[in-house]
Structure formats: C-alpha cells, structure tokens
Design a protein around this ligand. Structure first.
Ligand SMILES: Nc1ncnc2c1ncn2[C@@H]1O[C@H](COP(=O)(O)OP(=O)(O)OP(=O)(O)O)[C@@H](O)[C@H]1O
Ligand SMILES: [Mg+2]
Length: 227
C-alpha cells in the first residue's frame, strides 16, 4: 500500500500541497490532473522523497519513505520519471539501460527491450539522436530497469504526437498488467490518460478537489469545471 497521509508541502512561504491524503492499493493505476501550479509535480516529488513535506508523511508498505533520500526510495521500489527526457544523450540506448540498472539486475534489459521494440531496434544508437517519443520510451525503460513497484510519471505525453501518446499509454498499461507495477501518471492530456487509469485525483490550488473512479470523470461533460 502507498499512503499519502496529511501531506503538506511548501516552497518557501508558498503552500504547494495543503493537507493531502489518499491511499493506493498495490498495482493501482492513478491519474493526477490539475491546472499549472496546482501541486502535481510537488506531490510526485514528495512520494519519491525528493521533496520533504512540512508535515504529514508518505508511507510505502507501512514504512515512511525516506524524505530527502531518493536513491534509497528507488531501491525500495519507487521510480520517478520527471518532466523532459531524462536520458544520457551521448550514450547508446543499451548503455543508458545498463547504467539505469547498475544497482539492480542488468539482464532485465532483455525484458525492457521486449516491451519497447523501438528501443531494441535502436540499441546501438546514441540516445540524443533519437526522436522525442523514442527518448521518452527510453526514459521509461530506464525507470523500469529498477523493477519498480510504483512508477511515477510527470507528464509523459508532453511533446509527443497523438499516435505516439496512444502507444506510450498502451505500453504503460502492459507494464501494469505484466509486472504488476502501480502507476501514478501526472498528465495534461486527461482523455488519453483516463483510457488507462482506473482512478483519478484532481488537485486545485494545492488541495484535493476530486478523488474517484476514472469513469466518473470520463462521463462528465463539465469536466473542465473541476480545474
Ligand atoms: N522549487 C520551487 N521553488 C519555489 N516555488 C516552487 C518550486 N517548485 C514549485 N513551486 C511552486 O509551487 C506550486 C506548485 O508547483 P508544482 O510544480 O508542483 O505544480 P504543477 O501542478 O506540477 O504545475 P505544472 O502543471 O505547471 O507542471 C507552484 O505555484 C510553483 O510555482
Ligand atoms: Mg509539474
């Protein structure tokens, strides 16, 4: 279980998250939506331990995540793919995957290359020469090398063509099904995300204004009023 328990987070005097609570079951798929500046990235950063909450805590398997110790939390099974393409541009695809899996099982690269055939084809290509979509898949693949229990994604569809977005979303669904990895997806592309998540939360001005089934949002004609 992953518990966000009364988490308040500040940047200086600005409250980015105000007393947020929700609990996720293992393997759940959650979409996190909200306007710019609502606190979405800060929420992901609190979960992986990159931002230390002012009060409250995040617990994973009944233990508090180590606030301020991202590497330790990654080893425990929480992987985070930040905004933008986080790959080593001068290294090849295969080298990027190897580095990402250094502290884990490097042979798992085979499985990652099976999930992303595009990466298999480009194994020996320098990452910086690949398209935005391909780099995004590599960043996802690198996160998978840690064989996470939870995969946190900050706007994975940004800058991708619609057909590539569908592809990435499908692959996320497959990862969830085959590896049982829980997904927390921060997205501006709400319709594409609602197709693969089962639950959604909406943040508004640092507060939680919706927490419910993805279907409920998908069927709401006045969806945008929540934002
Ligand atoms: N390092 C920082 N220093 C100061 N203020 C920050 C910092 N990071 C975020 N903030 C502020 O905290 C609030 C929440 O930011 P956050 O990045 O979590 O929002 P977001 O929902 O991810 O927005 P976006 O959709 O634009 O990515 C914003 O008002 C932002 O300006
Ligand atoms: Mg953000």
């Amino acid at each position: 279980m992953l518990e966000i328990d009364h988490v308040t987070a500040r940047h200086g005097t600005l409250t980015a998250l105000g007393d947020i609570s929700f609990t996720l079951e293992p393997g759940q798929r959650l979409g996190v939506f909200g306007h710019n500046g609502a606190g979405k990235t800060t929420l992901l950063r609190c979960i992986v331990g990159a931002h230390v909450p002012t009060s409250g805590e995040v617990r994973f398997r009944n233990r508090p995540v180590a606030a301020g110790h991202v590497a330790q939390n990654v080893r425990e099974g929480i992987a985070f793919v930040g905004q933008g393409h986080n790959v080593f541009p001068t290294l090849t695809v295969a080298q990027n995957l190897r580095i990402a899996g250094l502290l884990f099982d490097p042979t798992f690269a085979k499985e990652v290359l099976r999930i992303f055939p595009v990466l298999e084809e480009r194994r020996h290509q320098r990452a910086g020469l690949m398209s935005g979509g391909e780099q995004q898949m590599l960043a996802l693949g690198m996160a998978l090398m840690t064989q996470p229990k939870w995969l946190l994604l900050d706007e994975p569809s940004t800058g991708l063509a619609p057909v590539i977005v569908r592809n990435v979303m499908r692959q996320l669904r497959e990862i969830n099904q085959t590896m049982g990895t829980g997904l927390i997806i921060v997205e501006q592309n709400v319709p594409a995300t609602l197709k693969i998540v089962e639950r959604a939360v909406i943040l508004k001005s640092a507060g939680l204004v919706f927490d419910g089934a993805a279907e409920t949002l998908a069927n709401k004609p006045d969806l945008w009023e929540w934002f």
